[in-house]
Design a protein. Structure first.
Length: 185
């Protein structure tokens, strides 16, 4: 996000309700949180992200720590919202729409560039989605969240060694998939 002193100032201003500070935090963390949620729950990612930001803003006064701690705290909230959704869903019988029907973000700008970037992102998310749930979650938290092993371990309630093993196996499997795709093309 920014230097530690600047981060402390931003958090302090955000707690006081200064729009620029809240916006800075949102702009920095929203994209990786949304990608994390989209990778694990495509059809509900936007709604979950909204819930995450409501929780972050509502509980901002309760947060203590540095910038890395804040990032881990926000991703912990995102994971909690995801777990809550899955619990609710398991108690309710539904017939959800396909992710393709729901995942049509409005975009502006260079259509060709956005299309190519979207394809690369979609392919990466498709590859990650082929991993086990635990592996996908660890990779997403480490890469998108930029979190350290110990922070991911605390979020997913696993030992750091387990997180390292999950990440190693996931990356090895992704490398094999990419190699397989390159060979067949």
């Amino acid at each position: 996000m920014q230097a530690e002193e600047r981060f402390d100032e931003t958090i302090s201003r955000a707690r006081e309700g200064h729009r620029d500070a809240l916006e800075r935090i949102y702009r920095e963390l929203h994209p990786p949180i949304l990608r994390y949620l989209r990778a694990l729950e495509t059809s509900e990612a936007e709604d979950l992200a909204s819930e995450v930001w409501l929780d972050v803003i509502t509980n901002l006064d309760r947060f203590t720590g540095d910038e890395r701690g804040f990032r881990a705290w926000a991703f912990t909230i995102a994971r909690s919202r995801l777990v809550d959704l899955r619990r609710r869903r398991s108690r309710q019988a539904t017939s959800p729409a396909s992710p393709e029907e729901l995942d049509r973000p409005d975009r502006t700008g260079d259509v060709e560039e956005e299309a190519l970037a979207g394809l690369a992102t979609e392919e990466a998310l498709r590859q990650i989605a082929s991993l086990s749930h635990d592996q996908a979650e660890v990779v997403l938290l480490r890469v998108l969240g930029g979190l350290e092993v110990r922070e991911v371990a605390a979020i997913v309630d696993k030992r750091p060694g387990t997180v390292r093993v999950l990440q190693h196996r996931a990356l090895r499997r992704l490398a094999q998939q990419v190699t397989r795709v390159e060979v067949t093309e």
